[in-house]
Design a protein around this ligand. Structure first.
Ligand SMILES: [Mg+2]
Length: 375
């Protein structure tokens, strides 16, 4: 046993040229921010996490200093309180798991139950492209060995989104599963466009059904429980969501009210590994799928892969990739080398104690920043 001695938080920003026109953000992103949380114990061991920007967290650090590092449930309970009063402090939970794994000599996914030693990834695209360019993305996805591709809706006209989806289905036949992210669950701070209503979501869902879409993601606002249940009752396509939903009682509500088929909370933004490991078990017991949202940096992706591999491990996991604007090099710039898949889209979990990531200290030094913003 060793006590927590110090927590170090640093911000980093990678300049993006060309910018990344994320389909869910009305402003093209000229920077990719990342906040790194390092937790040290009194023996000099270090655990690391990344995800939320941790703004305002410094006023809560004293709640952890001097505490036993391995008391993960205690730390989680405090983090839940901070989540309520302040920001999303979950990278610290991830860092504490990394530290626990390192001091216990075990990989995090094994500490969590070791459900699946490898996971199959789907390519998660992020840019609205023309029909021809999206077909090209799909063909490259197929050639890279992925079993599935997620496409973004939200172009000015629904007909444009559907034309893209039709063209992709025609080009790939049944060789790729297709997911569609409607991105209606939440908005960026400056984006005031209201979420879809049930009738529109139903209209879209019927179109997706015809094209055998594997799941329809965030078709409605995150709090529209009745809408989600009604939609799910009326269409055959799986519904996915809850990627940034914060509270365990909200996840349970979504589960108990039969709102979703696929649950996607992200360990570095909501609940941490501790909270989501518990919830993932509940999801599995109910026969639903658990597949974390993980559109962040490589450290966040690894945290979610460890979580899913340790607990559920029964469906495709998200793999953000949409070159040239979103490459593994940009995505994983915090790490010594980008995370990789084999030629069939499988990710093999590392046996290394902790999360199994190695930081690129040179890149971290070069990208050090006062703030963490996308623009
Ligand atoms: Mg999403």
């Amino acid at each position: 046993m060793a006590r927590i001695e110090r927590i170090l938080i640093t911000h980093h920003q990678l300049k993006l040229d060309p910018p990344f026109p994320a389909s869910w953000d009305t402003r093209p992103r000229t920077q990719f921010p990342a906040t790194l949380v390092r937790v040290y114990d009194e023996d000099g061991n270090m655990g690391v996490g990344s995800g939320d920007a941790m703004l305002g967290f410094s006023q809560y650090q004293h709640l952890f200093i001097g505490q036993e590092a391995l008391e993960l449930d205690r730390h989680h309970a405090v983090l839940m309180n901070i989540d309520f009063h302040g920001g999303r402090p979950w990278p610290l939970d991830v860092a504490l798991w990394d530290l626990a794994g390192k001091t216990q000599g075990q990989a995090v996914w094994k500490m969590l139950g070791g459900k699946a030693p490898r996971l199959r990834a789907y390519q998660s695209s992020g840019v609205h492209r023309t029909v021809d360019d999206m077909v090209y993305v799909a063909m490259r996805c197929l050639a890279a060995g992925f079993p599935a591709l997620k496409v973004r809706f939200g172009r000015p006209q629904l007909a444009e989104d559907l034309a893209v989806l039709h063209a992709i289905r025609e080009a790939v036949g049944d060789r790729l599963e297709l997911m569609v992210d409607c991105n209606q669950g939440w908005r960026m701070p400056w984006d005031t466009v209201p979420a879809w209503g049930l009738e529109h979501a139903l209209h879209v869902a019927r179109e997706l059904e015809k094209l055998q879409v594997f799941w329809m993601e965030e078709p409605l606002h995150r709090g529209d429980y009745e809408g989600m249940r009604a939609l799910r009752n009326r269409v055959g396509v799986r519904l996915a969501g809850a990627e940034l939903t914060r509270e365990p009682y909200e996840w349970r509500e979504l589960l108990d009210r039969d709102c979703l088929d696929v649950f996607q909370p992200d360990a570095v933004l909501t609940g941490g590994i501790t909270g989501l490991a518990r919830f993932a078990q509940q999801v599995a017991q109910r026969g639903r799928l658990f597949s974390s949202h993980t559109w962040g940096n490589g450290l966040g992706i690894m945290a979610n892969l460890q979580l899913v591999a340790g607990t559920a491990g029964d469906t495709y996991v998200e793999w953000p990739l949409d070159a040239p604007e979103w490459t593994p090099e940009r995505r994983d710039y915090l790490l010594k080398s980008p995370l990789t898949l084999d030629d069939q889209g499988w990710f093999t979990l590392p046996e290394t104690p902790g999360l199994g990531v190695e930081l690129d200290e040179v890149a971290l030094e070069r990208t050090l920043s006062e703030s963490a913003s996308f623009h």
